[in-house]
Design a protein around this ligand. Sequence first.
Ligand code: NAP
Length: 311
Amino acid sequence: MYDVIIIGSGPAGLTASIYTTRANLKTLVIGGVKWGGQLMLTTLVENFPGFPEGIQGPDLMENMRKQAEHHGAELLLEDFTKGDFSKQPFTLFAGDKQFQAKTVIITSGADAKWLNVPGEKERIGRGVSSCATCDAMFFRNKNVFIVGGGDSAMEEALVLANVAASVTIIHRRDAFRASEIMQQRAKEHPKINFLFNSEITEIKGEGRVQSALVKNIETGEVKEMPVDGIFVAIGHIPNTKVFEGIELDEQGYIKVRDHYHTNVPGVFTAGDVHDRSYRQAVTAAGFGCAAALETERWLAMQGKEAEFTAN
Ligand code: NAP
């Protein structure tokens, strides 16, 4: 029986585990076959406090893992497959194993959607990115493309336009779905250009991104265009499909109630799996800390209630 099982091993999950273990709660982290979350796909992280020269994403996660294990967290490198959240203690399954826990913190994150075109995957962190706030600084005075037509694409374009030489938003239709105000801001910016009815069909370059094949969907014409960076802003998919009984919003993110609680008493959540606004490693870590402290308080309250009933 664990006091707490944390599902997910990104900054939210590992931070939560550092707090729960230091509070003497027996903690299991179901970290997944591919542990570490989104930062394992990045290169230099310059905005996580404490690293004046920046730190490679995988190194940051390795450090967090060591810190969690140092304090006694058990990390299981298997994927969570299902959980019974209908009664206490909760029963969780991962791989062919079964576990029981008094509380659960869901920190399973959200994955950025990618274009899935040739040349993209191997250049993630080498010119291909899904986060302008994280990576804009690497594109000072460079030319970048942004793919997408929603609020994220407009927002990323505005962030990049502060540093890049030029920003071109490539959208597959002739109208954006972004809110009027965000479209307006992007359209009024002198450095932001638009390419409608277009899609990237291949990303090229010696190691890093150097060009992209861009297809005009109406005419079928394909042009090779030189570019230094490609930001994919076509949405995120929260990793929530496996959580039966946990209330989600209309876009599949976990609905958070007071104190990082889900709709199920004893089940908490932290990080990108509920947060669509910030999506930063440091905010995810902060949410992880908060959810862990709430878990600790909730367990303490349960203990007090049991004592009160017994007396
Ligand atoms: P979104 O609204 O779902 O927009 C995704 C965009 O990517 C759409 O324009 C879509 O094109 C395009 N797209 C999807 N798949 C594609 C593909 N395979 N190839 C090329 N293009 C593709 O996602 P989002 O912009 O990330 O926003 C998500 C939510 O967060 C929204 O509710 C948004 O309002 C909110 N948000 C708000 C703010 C803000 O207010 N500051 C900032 C960011 C996000 P189609 O239009 O053709 O479908």
